[in-house]
Design a binder for this molecule. Structure first.
Ligand code: AGP
Length: 497
């Protein structure tokens, strides 16, 4: 049969039609034959013009959710968010399942071998149906400002204020495998990968378990070694990122315990993992992830401290002190948000930059990567994040008065060394904007601009320091007149490779 299109969904429709015509089959039977032949991921809905009262949906490795309306109506989408305003009940199709939807009639599900399936009906989170920007001009700004409350939600029932302890049901349920893990592998993409880099530092420092962090897209194709006793953590806001889902499935097939850290309840990754922790920060609409990132870092902080306590690799005193400090983070984040007006005034200065550099060390190195990613995504200014000490191995050649350099120089173990790195940039005419801890004036003389942040333990600095960098990217993009929530070429969930 000659190909009439290069678009895969059009090819699939042609194939189904060809099978119908050449074998005298109805659309459902023809679809079952077709799907046994095709390779790859799909989520499709078919309407046969001869049967306009019937929709047929199928999925494999791509998300598809069917909302069940109260009046016999159906709603189909790739996640629960867009259908939540119409119904509270949903069915998530499994791979190779086909659903037949007829208005006013019960949902029928079969697989591609035509065996009847009985999927469970799930409740959709009611808050999903109630999404608006409120008084904010963009979802991203609203989501940045929501973060203190989001982190309170994330910690609710998990961080216990009575005795400053952490209780995680996932750790209780899989205590042996988690506490005896010989290695932890973190797989994720984009911002979630940056959260994973912070998670590595937290888990290695407090639990003394070696951690590797990998791009899910690389992990899935390099035949990774998975050893008995490995735990794989898949981090994803949407829970639908194709590469992260495939990496989690691969790890599971090789015998690892797979642990999900997701935001979207009921998402594919959360259903494919053995256990996990939802970040519970509410729906994130802005394409540039903000509150999901700090939610992921909060979950990783709780996980690291909880596991460390179980493994007795942290002293009781340090454990309680750090849990107490984690509880105080939302309030400190509120203080960090007060930098908004200063950053709004500063932002136009950077509008014409062609390149920017973000520097940090230790826990703040991933914050530098994340700050640079935010700027790239929504302002279309090229930006790179670097561990500050790596500057002298190449990137320092780029420094001149045209290149804004953002340095995360909050109080931390390596601050003295970072100060030397800042001097190196200054000596080459770099224009420095420094994030510093309030009360520390030692950076001021090298910096053109200083943004002061509240003090916290260095392991929680990312939760505070990422806030002004989110605001900076936001205000630069707004100054350039760009659509912050829907930047060009980007999708909120990357459900294809
Ligand atoms: C974040 O600002 C980006 N839009 C992007 O890097 C995102 O974090 C990445 O696509 C992973 O998404 P996920 O967390 O939903 O898996």
């Amino acid at each position: 049969m000659p190909f009439k299109s290069e678009t895969d969904s059009e090819v699939l429709v042609q194939l189904v039609e060809y099978i119908m015509q050449s074998n005298g089959l109805e659309v459902l039977e023809a679809l079952q034959v077709a799907l046994q032949q095709v390779i790859g991921a799909y989520a499709i809905v078919i309407l046969d013009r001869e049967h306009p009262d019937t929709l047929i949906c199928a999925r494999k490795s791509s998300p598809l959710v069917i909302g069940l309306g109260a009046d016999g109506d159906y709603h189909i989408a790739s996640d629960a968010l867009p259908i939540a305003a119409y119904t509270s009940q949903a069915v998530y199709l499994d791979d190779n399942d086909i659903a037949i939807l007829r208005y006013g009639q019960p949902l029928q599900v079969v697989n591609i071998q035509n065996e009847a399936q009985h999927p469970k009906i799930k409740q959709i989170d009611r808050t999903l149906g109630d999404i608006s920007k409120g008084d904010y001009p963009f979802f991203m700004l609203k989501e940045i400002f929501e973060q203190p409350d989001c982190l309170r939600d994330c910690m609710r029932g998990r961080v216990l204020s009575d005795d400053d302890t952490i209780s995680l049901s996932a750790v209780a349920d899989y205590r042996k495998q988690l506490t005896e893990a010989s290695r932890i592998l973190i797989v994720a993409c984009g911002t979630s990968w940056h959260a994973g880099l912070i998670g590595k530092q937290l888990i290695e420092r407090f639990c003394r378990i070696p951690v590797e962090v990998e791009y899910a897209s690389e992990f899935r194709y390099r035949d990774p070694v998975i050893l008995p006793g490995d735990v794989v953590i898949a981090i994803s806001q949407s829970g639908e990122t194709a590469d992260t889902l495939a990496a989690a499935e691969l790890a599971r097939s090789k015998g690892a315990l797979v642990f999900g850290i997701c935001n979207a309840v009921g998402s594919s990754i959360s259903r494919q993992t053995h256990t996990g922790i939802y970040i519970h920060v509410g729906p994130e609409i802005g394409v540039a992830s903000t509150k999901a990132f700090t939610g992921q870092v909060t979950v990783l902080s709780m996980l690291a401290l909880c596991l460390a306590h179980e493994r007795k690799t942290i002293s009781e005193a340090d454990y309680h002190e750090l849990v107490g400090e984690l509880r105080r983070i939302p309030a400190k984040m509120e203080t960090a948000l007060q930098t908004n007006e200063l950053i709004r005034q500063l932002a136009p200065v950077f509008t014409y930059a062609r390149n920017c550099l973000y520097l940090g060390r230790g826990y703040n190195y991933p914050v530098a990567l994340e700050g640079a990613l935010k700027l790239k995504e929504i302002s279309y200014i090229h930006a790179e994040g670097y561990p500050a000490a790596e500057m002298k191995h190449g990137p320092i050649a780029l420094i001149d008065s045209e290149m804004p350099v953002f340095v995360i120089a909050t109080r931390e173990t390596l601050l003295d060394k970072l100060r030397s790195n800042i001097q190196e940039v200054k000596a080459r005419g770099g224009r420095i904007t420094a994030l510093t801890t309030v009360g520390d004036n030692s950076i001021r003389r090298y910096a053109d601009h200083v943004i002061e942040l509240p003090d916290t333990h260095e392991c929680f600095q990312p939760l505070i320091a990422s806030v002004p960098l989110q605001l900076l990217a936001y205000h630069i993009a707004v100054s350039k007149g760009l659509d912050v929530d829907y930047p060009r070429n980007l999708a909120k969930s990357v459900t294809v490779e």
